[in-house]
Design a protein around this ligand. Structure first.
Ligand code: ATP
Ligand code: MG
Length: 450
């Protein structure tokens, strides 16, 4: 969603950035006859918003990723609109409009569960007195309205800064983004160092777009990432969580993960995991398999849970921590429990993980040693565990990566294939059944009264 990032950007220095800004020459207007965007591929609700604004005499543009994706022939994830109408003017035009945000007012126009985000052009903060940047160059405030020629400069990459004009169906390009889409190139607008400092999350965004679109990263935008990846450590963990999820649940996790390592960013997001991967081929293979299976599930429209990937990411460091505890004589289940708690608390200082997922991660981990139970109640309780399936998938990926869980994976696979017989076997080896499944609530008989 457009401009959401503005609300999330934290505190401290710039001014320099706006001053250094290199304007990319005159505006280029690409007429309808010279580009491939057709209204057929634009979401119906977005068209309603664009036309609604236009008919009321305002400027209305489709912006950001939607224009980029349409030019590439992809289906955009969301459709964002930019206009010269103020949020209040937008609200007055659409009954289904709600204004959100205090400092960054945006209009959300609702069509059922679908929302079209409308942002008023932001002004040029370089020349304003409002001191928008903190000491490290990050944006603090962004509440000055402006026109399209100012709005364009605050966008991140040239390919994300194209405007599709509903008035004449042309594409407006101030920064050479059209050519960059054709060349498949990601280039930051303005001075790369300033733009990364302003919002270090752009280092993750460039990796995401490059993985998703198969675009190259312009040389000018590479060096800084390698040198200054540590700036990510100042970004709030909750924002990093959202970005990491976008990277890993984009259907391009494998490539994103490879690039995170290539640009030495993994160590700032998942420090222990990153360290545990050094010289550990099995751990690396395991993670690659986990990413691959996530990508496949996404392409097949199957559900994915962040818990699985995070459990996989932290699996190797969990082993390291556990081994230390076992060496100190701690019983295995206690060692696992304590190692997991300590590891998760350390991790969420960098990239936060919501509690509902850390609980599942711990379930997946705790199930791993229990897969060696083959008989009786203990095996039955493994099978009945609500996270059995995730735990089992995890176990088999470990086996595939070269851990010695192959036997267990095979046994549980066969068990599921021959369910009725296998279940019988389990039953035989345990004492008399306590209850029939599914367990029903026993209805109390009303005491007889006479
Ligand atoms: P996606 O396909 O992931 O939706 P997108 O380019 O649409 O990609 P969004 O996060 O939806 O990305 O943001 C919409 C637009 O807002 C971007 O295209 C870009 O112009 C601008 N934008 C978003 N985040 C930033 C940021 N951190 N810095 C500068 N501009 C940004
Ligand atoms: Mg988008």
């Amino acid at each position: 969603m457009m401009l959401k990032w503005l609300k999330k950007i934290g505190t401290k220095k710039r001014k320099k950035a706006a001053a250094n800004r290199t304007d990319a020459g005159p505006v280029r207007i690409i007429p309808r006859s010279e580009h491939s965007i057709t209204r057929k591929n634009i979401d119906e609700s977005a068209l309603k918003v664009l036309y609604g604004l236009h008919k009321a005499g305002y400027q209305a543009f489709l912006v950001g990723g939607a224009v980029r994706d349409l030019l590439l022939g992809h289906r955009p994830k969301d459709f964002d609109v930019a206009t010269d109408a103020t949020p209040e003017q937008v609200k007055a035009l659409f009954r289904n409009c709600r204004l959100i945000g205090r400092r960054f007012r945006l209009a959300h126009i609702h069509y059922g569960r679908h929302i079209i985000e409308v942002a008023t052009f932001r002004g040029d903060h370089g020349d304003s007195q409002s001191g928008h940047l903190d000491d490290s160059g990050r944006i603090l405030r962004d509440n000055v309205y402006g026109d399209i020629s100012q709005d364009v400069w605050r966008r991140d990459f040239t390919v994300n800064a194209l405007y599709y004009n509903i008035a004449d169906f042309s594409v407006i390009d101030y920064v050479g983004g059209f050519e960059d889409v054709i060349q498949g190139r990601l280039r930051l607008i303005g001075d790369p160092e300033d733009r990364y400092r302003e919002d270090p999350v752009r280092m993750l965004r460039v990796i995401r777009f490059s993985a998703k679109l198969g675009f190259s990263i312009d040389e000018s935008c590479q060096g800084f990432i390698l040198e200054q990846g540590a700036l990510l450590r100042d970004v709030p963990p909750a924002r990093l969580y959202e970005e990491v999820l976008k990277l890993l649940h984009s259907g391009h996790a494998i490539e994103s993960f490879r690039a995170l390592r290539e640009y030495h960013l993994l160590e700032h997001l998942f420090p222990e995991a990153s360290k545990a991967l050094d010289n550990n081929e099995v751990a690396l293979k395991f993670l690659q398999l986990a990413m691959q299976s996530t990508d496949e599930r996404i392409h097949q429209h199957k559900p994915v849970t962040p818990a699985f990937l995070f459990a996989a990411l932290l699996w190797a460091p969990l082993q390291t921590r556990m081994e230390k505890r076992l060496a100190q004589g701690e019983p295995p289940s206690l060692a696992l429990h304590k190692a997991a708690s300590a590891l998760v608390s350390e991790q969420v200082r960098h990239v936060s993980i919501p509690k509902r997922f850390t609980t599942v991660m711990r379930d997946i981990w705790a199930l791993q040693p229990r897969f060696s139970y083959r008989r009786g109640k203990r095996a039955e309780s493994v099978f009945e565990h609500p996270k059995f399936r995730a735990g089992y998938d995890f176990l088999c990926l470990r086996a595939k990566a070269g851990e010695n869980t192959e036997e267990d994976c095979r046994w549980w696979t066969e068990f599921q294939e021959n369910l009725p017989e296998a279940q019988k076997l389990l039953m035989q080896s345990r004492p008399a059944p306590q209850h029939d499944k599914p367990r029903r609530k026993r209805r109390r008989r009303k005491p007889k009264t006479d």
